[in-house]
Design a protein around this ligand. Structure first.
Ligand code: UD1
Ligand code: CA
Length: 464
């Protein structure tokens, strides 16, 4: 049985008031459409995304997710043209579904991000079904009418519904698992004589339900909540946060304040990790056992080793932090920073494309770019690697057990051999051999008693 997921995402999303297509707006760092695609279970063979408004942006995003291996199955797109309703959206995908040999189609909305994989798996089962929810405030949704045996009889859109139908609290969740052949036939008979002049998918589903039993499956409302406005987005993010953080607490992670820590859906935390208030972990982040993430840290696409301590207000991007490292407060690891075991990086240290070998330390106020720092080397306060000459970037290589005095500059390309000592305040412009002392210093001028003389001269001037 070939099952194809069809994801409707051609709508304009006018109420988002945004240049970005609605389905690309993020929830905990991942776009809504990526959440939906990642909820597809193994029973789904491929996905087709129906696009129109913002199509180029969405297609570029899809290509990049596929290239990163983030999608559970192949995904193609179709352009609906001017969107004329959810039924029209499915009609526009007909040729693509046929090409893929679809036998069953699972229809989802690209702006309903929190549907769970278990729920989508139920839609991929043999029996035709749709998801419904019971709402206290059902306004705007299609109402579900059921037969005596509970199966679907009809779906009436809010705008077309008489008062007694509007009183129904059971609404259509907009997610379906249906036989493609029967749905295709029903779509062939679809008209748009309704309050909105749209081709309603719901009419085709009700038509199909006259000959095929369609089960009405109740689902938790937070799984079916759509993102139509920035308020919805914030509410969805709060739901997602509670779900994600709650699941990690069950796995042995401590959150000092679960309501303020934002942990993305692709983050992996080992047990005894501690997450402080205001920490934000997004993209593909892995954190090893017992590591701690300090208040206000922002970590994107990083691996953090067991027992590492990320102190407050650090920003880590596309970097690796080895076990037992001590980072921050206020450190900035930019892309390609690799810290081996037990590295210490203190306050106001910035690294980029730089490797610090095991036990190396840079505790204060430094920039290390395009550099390598050997094992146990101590980088004193204020080291700057001058990696950019205004035209090109160059590398700095510092060996093992080097002592770098405070306030040095290393003008790249340059290397410092193992065990060398660089005197404080030196500007190093050529390679330093292993074991050497390198020092560049202007001679010190000392005039005994001269400070006193200057002060007296100043006072005498004022008196005049
Ligand atoms: C639809 C259902 C309604 C259900 C509700 C659940 C219909 C007619 N109504 O309502 O019964 O309660 O979902 O949220 O199906 N889209 C397209 N092309 C179009 C129109 C819509 O791709 O021409 C996409 C939208 O981008 C969105 C999804 O389909 O992702 C649903 O569209 P939306 O307008 O939000 O659905 P409603 O009409 O509100
Ligand atoms: Ca609509």
């Amino acid at each position: 049985m070939t099952t194809v997921a069809l994801i409707l995402a051609a709508g304009l999303g006018k109420r988002m008031k945004s240049a970005l297509p609605k389905v690309l707006h993020p929830i905990l760092g991942d776009p809504a459409l990526l959440w939906v695609l990642r909820a597809l279970p193994p029973a789904v063979d491929s996905a087709v995304v129906v696009l129109h408004h913002g199509r180029e942006q969405a297609e570029a995003a899809l290509a990049s997710w596929a290239a990163q291996g983030l999608l559970p199955c192949p995904a193609t797109t179709v352009d609906q043209g001017e969107p004329l309703g959810t039924g029209h959206a499915v009609q526009s995908a007909q040729a693509e579904l046929d090409r893929l040999g679809a036998e069953r189609v699972v229809i989802l909305c690209g702006d309903v991000p929190l549907i769970r994989p278990e729920t989508v798996a139920r839609l991929a089962q043999a029996e035709p079904r749709l998801l419904a929810m019971d709402l206290d405030a059902p306004d705007g949704y299609g109402r579900i009418k059921q037969r005596a045996d509970g199966s679907l009889e009809a779906i009436v859109e809010h705008k077309d519904a008489a008062p007694e139908v509007r009183a129904l609290r059971r609404v259509n969740g907009g997610a379906y698992g249906l036989p493609w052949g029967a749905l295709k036939q029903a779509l062939g008979r679809l008209g748009n004589a309704n309050a909105q002049g749209e081709y309603y998918l719901t009419d085709a589903v009700a038509d199909l339900a006259r000959t095929t039993r369609v089960a009405v499956e109740l689902c938790a409302p937070d799984e079916l909540m759509g993102m139509n406005s920035r308020r919805d987005q914030a509410e969805l993010q709060a739901h997602a946060r509670d779900r994600v953080n709650g699941a990690w607490m069950d796995q042995g992670v401590t959150f000092l304040e679960p309501s303020s820590a934002l942990v993305g859906p692709r983050v992996l935390l080992e047990r005894d990790v501690t997450v402080a208030p205001g920490a934000r972990l997004q993209g593909a982040v892995e954190v090893g056992e017992g590591a701690s993430l300090g208040q206000g840290c922002v970590v994107t696409d990083c691996r953090i080793g067991a027992g590492a301590e990320i102190r407050p207000y650090c920003v880590l991007d596309r970097s690796q932090v080895g076990p037992g490292c001590l980072i921050g407060p206020f450190a900035h690891l930019r892309e390609g920073s690799v810290l081996e075991r037990g590295v210490h990086l203190g306050n106001f240290v910035e690294t980029k494309k730089t490797t610090l070998r095991a036990g190396a330390k840079a505790n204060h106020l430094s920039y290390l770019g395009d550099a390598e720092v050997g094992e146990r080397t101590n980088v004193g306060a204020g080291l700057i690697t001058c990696n950019y000459d205004g035209f090109n970037k160059h590398r700095t290589v510092i060996g093992a057990d080097v002592f770098v005095g405070s306030d040095c500059q290393l003008v790249a390309p340059v290397s410092v051999g193992d065990g060398a000592i660089l005197g404080a305040g030196s500007t190093i412009t050529s390679d330093v051999p292993a074991g050497a002392l390198a020092l560049t210093r202007a001679p010190l001028t000392l005039k005994e008693g001269y400070a006193q003389y200057l002060r007296e001269r100043q006072r005498a001037k004022k008196r005049r």
